[in-house]
Design a protein. Structure first.
Lengths: 80, 209
């Protein structure tokens, strides 16, 4: 019985690790372009690491870009 | 029991659908704003999000995100047109680029003043360019703004026939035109109509003398 429980715990740990790795890999697909977009907008690229937060992370990054003033200028040319 | 399970399941689906709908609308709205801030039509951003509810799936949206990140944005302005091309023949590469002449010759020969934070700098178009620096070396073309946040040199001012341009020289603390960051990659910008500059932490007002 103990062996079975230990086996199940080990399997659960393995599954969790696999989920974590897949999550990080999928997040990287969003982090890389977001990093560049944030830097071009004038923010720190580190903010793109919010993508690692499940579910709400991408919304946080989008909210930062959508509702903050871009330090590097927005929409129109900086030149007056 | 079976009916209860079915109701719970349908409730779960309903709640999930409601969250998905709210998330979709929110994401579409934010992407509209992001695209607009980059100088693109807002519908391109919202449309990218709406693609996820079509049969195309989210893969295309992901590809479009990468394209958006690495494409040229309309917001990325161009340097003053012809600034480098109109440099006088014989000047060495890297020398200050002259501003192109205005469409009409301007008779206004007044000088310029940069003032703020206890600093008043006066200059005119007697020289083609001036260097804005945080520490002077005695050179006649220097405009010294003694502040630790101002680079050495920080930026270059270009003058030509009543017009004035500004070019950032890679200063860490940055140069700002009316609050917008000027990067070295932007090249020289026409600031004739600009009233507020920021070198590092120093706010300067630009006016005619």
């Amino acid at each position: 019985m103990i062996t079975v429980i230990g086996w199940l715990i080990g399997l659960g740990t393995f599954v969790l690790l696999a989920i974590l790795i897949v999550h990080v890999l999928l997040s990287l697909l969003l982090i890389v372009p977001s990093w560049r977009i944030l830097e071009r907008a004038g923010f720190s690229g580190l903010l793109s690491l919010f993508h690692l937060v499940p579910v709400v992370g991408p919304f946080v990054v989008m909210a930062i870009l959508a509702f903050s003033d871009w330090p590097n200028g927005e929409g129109k040319r900086v030149r007056p | 029991m079976m009916g209860f399970d079915l109701a719970a399941l349908l409730g779960l689906f309903g709640l999930t659908s409601a969250f998905a709908l709210v998330g979709l609308v929110l994401a579409g709205w934010m992407c509209w704003r992001i695209a607009a801030k980059a100088g693109l039509p807002g519908w391109t951003g919202a449309g990218t999000i709406l693609l996820t509810v079509t049969g195309i799936g989210s893969l295309v949206s992901l590809i479009l995100l990468w394209v958006f990140a690495f494409m040229r944005w309309p917001r990325d302005g161009e340097p003053v047109r012809g600034a480098a091309a109109s440099a006088p023949a014989g000047t060495t590469p890297g020398a200050p680029a002259a501003l192109p002449p205005p469409p009409k010759a301007l008779a206004d020969r007044r000088g310029w003043t940069l003032a703020g934070a206890g600093v008043t700098l006066a200059f005119d178009d007697g020289r083609p360019s001036y260097r804005l620096t945080g520490e002077g070396t005695g050179a006649p073309d220097e405009l010294v703004v003694a502040d630790p946040s101002v680079g050495r040199p920080h930026a270059r001012l270009l003058t030509a026939a009543g017009r004035i341009g500004l070019e950032d020289l890679g200063s860490p603390a940055g140069t700002f035109i009316d609050g917008a960051r000027l990067l070295p990659s932007h090249g020289p910008r026409d600031i004739t109509a600009v009233r507020s500059l920021k070198l590092g932490n120093v706010e300067l007002a630009l006016s005619r003398t």
